[in-house]
Design a protein around this ligand. Structure first.
Ligand code: SAM
Length: 328
């Protein structure tokens, strides 16, 4: 038994939101006052997350990314990681984090064989960072960055390219890959900001970002990436690390999608741009067996939309929820 959609795509990657809470208030993700967080009882419990992941892993999911909200905001998050690490059907456990709360956990993350950390960092300038995140945590995040860079954990940086804010730093971010074995990934800004409108003065899409970088360097090598990679990857010859661009908004990567998402409240999503297919939490709390869950997952994945545009067109409401609600 496996998860395969009607276009033949095999699903092997789960993005699981651990919480909808976040310690930052990034401008492109939510309004200044934050989002309406749900009652604690409405969040999936760790036991439920463990079970959902186990059942999915029995259907061929071998990679899980824990995200949120900020995963490290949730109490005892390390316990969830520990229990997931016992699931030997999982080849990779990855985490996306803003890094403000994790500098004391890095040894433990290494000991648990966490595969990679995606650290979100949208500016290398303290004041600008505070403006974007609406919190004064740049020093903590940068400290985490340096510690992660020295650790055995694979490190990727997530940089949301925001017109009028940080496009002047794109080259500085590429330069970080000169002496560090990291992958810097530029993400196109999406409307998932709790409001719906993208306050964009100039469209910085994949084409514009790569053109900007190619104008600066005499040579930029294209890299061969895994088919299901979300980023289109490059390297400046002689640089230790790499960089990539994630066309999250222009959605040119959907053909090889191998992902599903489950939000912190248990909403199953076949696509980032759909509005949720069914609530796994309610299904479990109503007594579903593992076989019931498997049947539901198999049937739901079969109807995965062809791409993010099809998914968006089928929504009843506009794309406006925060990435913190969805699980970025
Ligand atoms: N709190 C963690 C963090 O900051 O990495 C994990 C959750 S966050 C929602 C996951 C990723 O989504 C981050 O890299 C963030 O920058 C990105 N993100 C959030 N809102 C976005 C938007 N509107 N467009 C593009 N990326 C977004």
């Amino acid at each position: 038994m496996e998860l395969r959609d009607k276009f033949g795509r095999k699903i092997s990657y789960l993005r699981l939101a651990v919480t909808d809470r976040c310690n930052l208030r990034c401008q492109y993700c939510m309004p200044a006052h934050g989002i309406d967080i749900v009652d604690r009882k409405d969040l999936l419990s760790y036991k439920e997350m463990y079970r959902i992941t186990r059942v999915l892993s029995e259907l061929g999911v071998n990679k899980v990314r824990l995200t949120g909200g900020e995963p490290f905001v949730r109490k005892d998050f390390m316990n969830l990681l520990k229990s997931l690490s016992f699931n030997n059907k999982l080849d990779e456990i990855n985490i996306t984090t803003n890094g403000a709360l994790i500098s004391n956990y890095i040894d433990k993350l290494e000991a648990l064989n966490i595969n990679s950390i995606n650290l979100s960092i949208d500016s290398l300038q303290k004041e600008k960072f505070a403006k974007i995140t609406r919190r004064d945590v740049f020093d903590n995040v940068y400290d985490t960055f340096e510690k992660l860079d020295k650790s055995n954990l694979k490190l990727k940086l997530n940089v949301v390219v925001q017109s009028g804010f940080n496009t002047d730093e794109i080259i500085n971010f590429v330069e970080l890959s000169k002496n560090k074995n990291i992958s810097v990934r530029f993400i196109e800004e999406m409307p998932f900001n709790g409001i719906g409108q993208r306050k964009i003065t100039e469209e910085w899409d994949y084409n514009k970002i790569i053109k900007h970088i190619k104008n600066h360097y005499s040579e930029v090598d294209s890299l061969q990436s895994k088919k299901s990679s979300t980023s289109i990857n490059y390297k400046i010859p002689t640089y230790k690390g790499t960089f990539g661009i994630i066309p999250a908004f222009t959605r040119t990567i959907c053909n090889d999608c191998n992902r599903i998402r489950i939000t912190a409240t248990g909403m199953f999503k076949n696509c980032l741009f759909d509005s949720g297919v069914f609530n796994v939490r309610d299904f479990i709390r109503n007594g579903a067996s593992d076989n019931d869950l498997k049947e539901l997952f198999i049937n739901t994945v079969h109807h995965k939309p062809e791409n993010g545009f099809v998914a968006e067109a089928a929504r009843k409401n506009d794309v406006s929820e925060s990435m913190s609600t969805i699980g970025g």
